[in-house]
Write a new protein. Structure first.
Length: 249
């Protein structure tokens, strides 16, 4: 999708990024080629290797982003250019980052806010459900809470005729991101959010499909906040669904 004058520059960046590979640099002095030539084994490369010039003073193997350079002469050992040293092998956060780079999850460059074409949040009529107890089933650190549940029981004194109204509440993304938005087109091309557990820090290690200022804020069903949702109601008696309906809430 295109979202303005920056589209061509972004395409050029993607073309350049396609030449960048993830690999493990072996800094052990017994493996070096010359004084600063560090052998690099490329991730998922079927044994493919190159030599990277690097002066980092360490003996530990490190994950790195490298740009494999074209060889001038057939048969020459391929050489690589160091783009970024990610960190030591065996560090969970570093290895996760290496995989995110390899599978193009990172870097994630969202379209600029000027192209989002967001709708006004109060432009649709809604039913107020702030008096209903609603809960989500998520990890403690989850920030993009996109759905939640509620249960309202009726006739509990008569077990044989007791019924339950189940509410399935889904964050109403369409109330802010219209179909014609360039942001929606970009999200469709990305397909999904990437949830990666186990790395602390600002924003954790997950990469939401929509920009964090939307996915982690007004489009997240956060506790104690009024949020727009689409609610599916199911009236259940015994093992049967008696009725169903949906509305904006």
């Amino acid at each position: 999708p295109r979202w303005g004058p920056g589209a061509r520059a972004n395409q050029q960046h993607n073309s350049s990024a396609a030449n960048i590979r993830i690999g493990v640099l072996r800094f052990d002095r017994r493996c070096r080629v010359g004084e600063h030539g560090i052998p690099c084994k490329l991730l998922f490369g079927g044994g493919e290797r190159c030599t990277v010039n690097c002066k980092t003073d360490t003996e530990l193997a490190h994950w790195a982003r490298v740009r494999v350079l074209p060889s001038d002469t057939a048969g020459d050992a391929p050489r690589g250019e160091l783009v970024e040293l990610l960190g030591p092998v065996g560090d969970h956060s570093v290895e996760l980052l290496a995989l995110q780079y390899h599978f193009r999850i990172k870097p994630c460059r969202y379209p600029p806010p000027s192209s989002w074409m967001l709708s006004e949040p109060g432009s649709m009529s809604r039913r107020n459900l702030t008096s209903v107890d609603v809960f989500s089933v998520d990890n403690q650190g989850t920030r993009d809470i996109d759905d939640a549940l509620s249960f309202q029981f009726e006739g509990l004194e008569r077990e044989e005729s007791c019924s339950c109204i189940v509410g399935i509440h889904v964050a109403d993304v369409a109330s802010r991101v219209p179909c014609e938005s360039a942001l929606l087109a970009w999200a469709r091309s990305r397909v999904a959010s990437a949830y990666n557990h186990g790395v602390c820090g600002e924003g954790g290690s997950s990469v939401p499909m929509l920009p964090p200022q939307l996915a982690h804020d007004e489009l997240s069903l956060s506790q104690g906040e009024s949020r727009n949702a689409v609610t599916l109601w199911l009236q259940v008696t015994g093992t049967s669904i008696i009725s169903r309906s949906h509305e904006r809430t």
